[in-house]
Design a protein around this ligand. Sequence first.
Ligand code: XIL
Length: 380
Amino acid sequence: MKRKIILTTALSLIIGSHITAADNTTLKEAYAGAFKIGTAVNGQIASGRNAQGQKIAIEQFNAISPENDLKAEVLHPTKDTWNWRAADNYVEFGKNNGMFVLGHTLIWHNQSPEFFFKHDDGSDKSVEEMKEVLRSYIETVTKHFHGKVNAWDVVNEIIGDDGKYRSTVWTNSFKGDGDEIVKLAFKYASEYTPGTELYYNDFNVWRPAKRDGIARIVRMLQKEGIRIDGVGIQAHWGLNYPSREDIIAAIDTFAALGVKVMITELDIDVLPISKEGQVIGKSLNDPIYQLPEFEKFLDPYKNGLPDDVQAQLTERYRELMQIFYDRRDKIDRVTFWGVNDGMSWKNGSPVPNRTNYPLIWNRDYTAKPALKAILEIPGK
Ligand code: XIL
């Protein structure tokens, strides 16, 4: 009799500890009253070739971003060719699963074909020619996806840390007149795809000077009567940067302008150098950093994430999601830049061939403690 009681108590303890509310709740359910919860998907996930990744995407998320398949170099690889296959498949995947579907991105200096900017003989196109390149690309792409994507990142990463325009293929081709690029891009997008939301998206938006530079272009568009619906804060962040204060100030700045605020590309870098701040450019691509002595320093967790770093990652995710949840009246969507660590671009950037741990599902598709931590936030 006594043994039976002990046995049932033990059994119910085991079962009881397993069936908690948080265990079965999904991210999109937990945050349903707060904001959309998104993930970036690649072709493997959208097509189902990665079945485990696709399953998590469908179960947990209600918004998707195309990691690469709607970028100019994919859609329009050469002057005479358009390639809609992967992009159409992405849109279809989102539609079939009732998700909010983002288009990412129309005007960006990266992953754009060289023929946009140069003639066949290698000479630069004139500003007038470039205005037509911008217009016709936006026309073709937004009309193709009209009624199929819910929103576009119209301009991506055009502002520098100092709040001024960066020197890029786009701004150089407009002789530095970034305002003209931004105005034309948003104007054409609003004309060609009415009813689709239009966003500006960037990294390091928390930096005060950069934040204020982006706020200036939002106000400029509003003053001109050109529609902009939101600002995306990418959030490729580290364990200790940026500070809570800077994140909150950025959210508040854009909300005060009356546009939607979105966290669009969330991942947390835990590896040396890049966990301290986002390294832009190709400096760490130098083969020297692949030498054994540097590799040992730069890529320390090849065989697994130590418990203490896992705990830091959990706490960082908890801290960030709490900040977002507390400002849910200002935030429209929080999107992770991928489903699991294995697919993350952070394994290859800014240092190639590393083993990074930026997301909330492990390489084997098991959930990290961070998932449980952030699922608990809305219930509190
Ligand atoms: C990244 C993708 O994740 C990589 O696969 C690709 O090689 C480079 O681009 N800012 C953006 C995203 O707006 O489009 C970038 O995505 C990450 C930085």
